[in-house]
Ligand binder design. Structure first.
Ligand SMILES: Cc1cc2nc3c(=O)[nH]c(=O)nc-3n(C[C@H](O)[C@H](O)[C@H](O)COP(=O)(O)OP(=O)(O)OC[C@H]3O[C@@H](n4cnc5c(N)ncnc54)[C@H](O)[C@@H]3O)c2cc1C
Length: 414
């Protein structure tokens, strides 16, 4: 049977690939698009384990713009986004002055933000923060919680209704002829042809590019812990989510349980991710690296009377522990654009927070429309150049993990 031919093939139907399929097919009935994923049933990529915190202010104006565009999108989708707000806590003098800087930055950019004193913050906070552990909070009322599963499925439905073809298959090869891509081959031996291929394969992007076109880009899959408390009664209040930059921790109310994440541990690269973006908690020293951070976090900062997460009872009282995996880059900005050979594009290292904005931006590039030049170079996959060896760039990328809330151009964290 002859290979099926498309204008564009998108490899990966996580939140990024699905959003791209929806945007690219909109008002574009002449474009034939194929969306391929290993599974359309489970969300086995990073999208499936993200708790969906969306904070829009970032030192990088590019990330702020992409996050604002994404929130605008999510807010228009049923059940996709709750504007619960975000409270960033501080307890040290350095933390307080950092809040002043962030407040000034937000005000400059026309974003809503205010400093809230201890007593007012205590009223707004979910009862999972120990009240004597912080001094004040920086409040962003327009931030909120996205539901990555709802968003991904909504984009897939939009794409399907606009004629995008879906195939469940594992792409094992990107085919090339001369300087241009020509299609993909799947593990079950099928071939699909296209003049454009977009790799939106999350943490598997590096291996797919390296194995099939011998292209090295400095993307580093890294393990990240997220833990859930045991079940409790619903509080029936939409509490803001909480970030604590000084302690590198964050938390949110999930309705009938609480969720906590930490960056306060040595970063752990995941060189060969398996079939899902959740790795083994016990393996690769992750448990040892993380349990100290969690104990510290629950002994003096987080915890609630309802679920008794004191550090002594921690192991017993956690209902679920996830070692998720997401992708880091040397500057903590996504990579979105053409990478060569001709017709090959990439959309990787993208958070839920900026997924819709990045997918819209890539849609414009694919359609040859005008885009903001600054954003194009900030996201350009070729921006790292070739003067620094890729292995060195990967080390830089890994180091950004502990500065995810940093005051430099990085900082896209939950
Ligand atoms: C624990 C954790 C907490 C997080 N918290 C947040 C948060 O609060 N806020 C936030 O904004 N972000 C958060 N993130 C980050 C966010 O989840 C990811 O950055 C985002 O979901 C990536 O989406 P994606 O579509 O690029 O990748 P993925 O969701 O990983 O999708 C990639 C898809 O490609 C498919 N695929 C890969 N290779 C192939 C192949 N060869 N053939 C066919 N299909 C293939 C996979 O099956 C997968 O479905 C978190 C991540 C983790 C792990």
């Amino acid at each position: 049977m002859a290979d099926q031919t498309f204008d564009t093939i998108i490899v990966g139907a996580g939140i990024v690939g699905s959003a791209l399929a929806a945007f690219l097919s909109k008002d574009n009935e002449h474009e034939s698009i194929l969306l391929i994923d290993r599974s359309f049933h489970a969300l086995s990529g990073s999208t499936g384990s993200a708790p969906g915190l969306v904070g829009q202010l970032n030192v990088s104006q590019t990330l702020t713009t992409l996050a604002q565009e994404s929130v605008q999108e999510y807010a228009s989708m049923a059940g996709a986004f709750k504007k619960v707000g975000c409270l960033e806590l501080a307890s040290s003098d350095a933390g307080l002055s950092e809040q002043q800087e962030r407040l000034a930055m937000a005000t400059d950019r026309g974003m809503k933000a205010s400093i809230v004193d201890h007593d007012e913050s205590a009223k707004l906070l979910p009862p999972i923060v120990k009240k004597d552990s912080f001094r004040q909070a920086l409040y962003f009322p327009d931030d909120g919680l996205a539901d990555p599963g709802v968003i991904t499925h909504a984009y897939r439905s939009q794409a399907k209704s606009r004629g995008v073809q879906f195939e469940e298959a594992d792409v094992v090869e990107i085919k090339q002829s001369g300087d241009a891509v020509t299609g993909v081959v799947t593990a079950d031996g099928r071939s699909f042809q296209a003049r454009q291929i977009v790799v939106a394969s999350g943490i598997w992007t590096t291996s797919l590019l390296l194995e099939t076109i011998q292209k090295q880009i400095p993307l580093v899959p890294v393990a990240h812990p997220y833990v859930y408390s045991s079940a409790r009664d619903s509080r029936h209040i939409d509490y803001p989510f909480v970030r604590w930059p000084e302690r590198l921790v964050y938390a949110r109310d999930h309705g009938e349980r609480d969720g906590f994440g930490t960056y306060d541990h040595p970063p752990l690269a995941v060189d060969n991710p398996g079939a899902s973006a959740v790795s083994d908690w016990q393996g690769s020293g992750f448990d040892t690296a993380v349990s100290k951070a969690l104990k510290e976090c629950f002994s003096s900062g987080f915890g609630s009377a309802e679920t008794d997460l004191s550090s002594d009872s921690l192991e017993l009282k956690l209902q679920e522990k996830i070692s998720g995996i997401f992708t880091l880059t040397p500057d903590n900005l996504p990579v979105v654009g053409a990478i060569g050979p001709e017709g090959l594009w990439i959309a990787a290292a993208i958070w839920v927070t900026t997924a819709a904005g990045c997918a819209k931006f890539l849609t414009k590039l694919l359609k040859g429309e005008d885009v903001d030049d600054h954003m194009k170079s900030a996201l350009d996959p070729g921006r790292f150049g070739s003067s620094v060896p890729v292995e060195e760039l990967k080390k830089q990328a890994l180091k950004t993990y502990n500065h995810i809330y940093g005051a430099d151009e990085s900082g896209g964290g939950s």
